[in-house]
Design a protein around this ligand. Sequence first.
Ligand SMILES: Cc1cc2nc3c(=O)[nH]c(=O)nc-3n(C[C@H](O)[C@H](O)[C@H](O)COP(=O)(O)OP(=O)(O)OC[C@H]3O[C@@H](n4cnc5c(N)ncnc54)[C@H](O)[C@@H]3O)c2cc1C
Length: 503
Amino acid sequence: MQQFDIIIIGSGIGGLVCANLLGLEGYRVCVLEKNRQTGGALQTYVRDRVIFDSAVHYIGGLDKGQNLYQIFKYLGLIDKLKLRKMDPDAFDMILIDGDDREYPLAQGYENFMEKLGRMFPGEEASIRTYCETIRSVCSRFPLYNLRSGGAYSEKADVLEISAKQFIESVTSHPKLQAVLGGNNILYAGQGEKTPLYIHALILNSYIESSWKCVDGASQIAKWLARNIRQCDGEVRCNAEVKEIVVQEGRVSHVRLEGGAILKASNFISNLHPAKTLELLDSPVIRPAYRSRINHLENSISCFSLNLVLKKGSLKYFSHNYYWQRPGFLWKMEQYNADNWPLGYALFMSPSSRGGEFAEAMTILAYMRYEEVKPWENTVNTVSHPAQRGDEYESFKRKKTAILMDLLEKKFPGLRSMVLSSYAATPLSFRDYTGSKEGSIYGILKDCRDPVKTLIAPHTRLPNFYFTGQNLNLHGILGASITALATCNALLGHENIIEKIRNA
Ligand SMILES: Cc1cc2nc3c(=O)[nH]c(=O)nc-3n(C[C@H](O)[C@H](O)[C@H](O)COP(=O)(O)OP(=O)(O)OC[C@H]3O[C@@H](n4cnc5c(N)ncnc54)[C@H](O)[C@@H]3O)c2cc1C
C-alpha cells in the first residue's frame, strides 16, 4: 500500500494548483484523476486537426504584477504558457438583438471608461461610478489581492447586494444596464441571486487584462502536472476514487476503481462537495451538513457548438461576443422551447499556425439538464466511449440549426464557411468534468443568503479539505485563489501568500 503526505482527488485547476503549491512546500502529493486527460474544465480535444477548448476560452489578471500573473509566476508557469493578449479596446463585445451596434468592454479602467463613454454620451459619470465601485468591492477580498488576513466584516456589507441591483443603481439608462451586465454568462448571472461581488471579482480581472491560450488551455494542466512530478509528486490519470474511508475520526485512505488503496496523512477533494460526500460515509459529517450541501442550487449547464471553419473564410477577431435578447438578460436560464436561446457567448481560439483567418469558433448557450434527461443513463467519455443514440443526435442537430439561424444574422453566410460542426450538451460536461448535471460553474452563489452558498475549505474531519470552483469563486483565477485558501487551511498559516507576492 502506497503512502503519501497529501492525496488530492481530481485534477481540475484547483486540485493541480493545490498539489503544486504543497509540493513546493516539501510535501509528497498524489493527484488522482478519473479521466485519461488531466485538467477537468481545462481539457481540450481535436477535430479536423483543430484544437477545441472544452470550457476555458479566456483568462483575466495575467498582466505583470496582477493576481493570477503572480500565482503563475510563483509556480513557474508564466514564461512557459503560450498566451495572447486580447484586443485592448474590446475583450468582449456586447450585442443586443435588434441593435446593430457592438458595445465594447475594453481593457484598462481608463480605456474601459473612454470606450463605453463614447457609446453612451452623458453617462460618463455613471460609468466612472461603476468602475470605482467594482474596484472598491474587489479591494475587500484579501486573497484576491494576495493579502493575508482580512476580517469577514471587511466584506460583509457587499455580500448581500445583487449585481443587477447594483448596475441599476448606477445608471437608469436601460441599454447601458444591458451592456454592463452583458457578459453575465461568465458567471451564470441571475437577477435575484447573483451577488455584486461575483460580478466585480470576475469583471475586474478581465478589465485589468484579458488573455487567450494559444492552442488551448490544457497546456496549463500539462505544465502544472510536470511541476508536481518535479517536486517528487505523482499525477495519476484513469484513477477514479470510489470511496473515501474514515477510521477513528480521520480519513485514512481512498479506494480506487479496481480496488487499489492509497494512504496519506491529509486529503483534498477537488470535486463538487455533494459528489465528495457521496464517496464519504462517516457519522462525523453531520446529516444537517450533508443536507445543506445536497440542497444547494448549482449553476445551469450549457450547449456548446464547435465549428471548424473552412480555410480563409472568416477573419480572426481577438474579442468575444455576448449576444442577448432584450428583457431577458438576468433570466436567460428561463428560456422555453419557442425562445431558446435568450443569449449566447461566442469565442474564437488562437492557433500557433497564426494567420489572419480563424480556424474555428465556439458558441455557448444555456441548456437545462432536464432537456437531456432522456439520455442521462448513457455515458460517453474518452475511456468509455458509448453512443447516446439517434434521437440524441437528432436533438443536437435541431439545437445546432436554431443556433446557426441566429448566428447567420451576425455572420451572414456562416453556414457556407463551416467545414464541420460538433455539439456538446450538459451530458458531455457531466461526463468530462464530473460536475453535477453538467453545471458550468458549480454551486450558485446567492446574495440573499451569501454565507450558505460559500463553502469553507476545512471540514469536520481534521485531515480532509475541499478545493475548487464550488467554494468561493469559479474560473481559472477563482479556482487558483481558492486553492491558495485550501493550502492555507491545511498548513495552518498564510506564508505562501507572501512568497507569491514576492515571486
Ligand atoms: C463551458 C464552460 C466555460 C468556461 N469558460 C471559462 C473561461 O473562459 N475562463 C475561465 O477562467 N473559466 C471558465 N470556466 C470555468 C472554469 O473552467 C472552472 O471554474 C474551473 O476550471 C473549475 O476547476 P475546478 O478545479 O473546480 O475543477 P474541475 O475542472 O471541475 O475538475 C474536477 C476534476 O475532478 C475529476 N473527478 C471527478 N470525480 C472524480 C473521482 N471520483 N475521482 C477522481 N477524479 C474525479 C474530474 O474528472 C475533473 O477532472 C468555464 C467553465 C465551463 C464549464
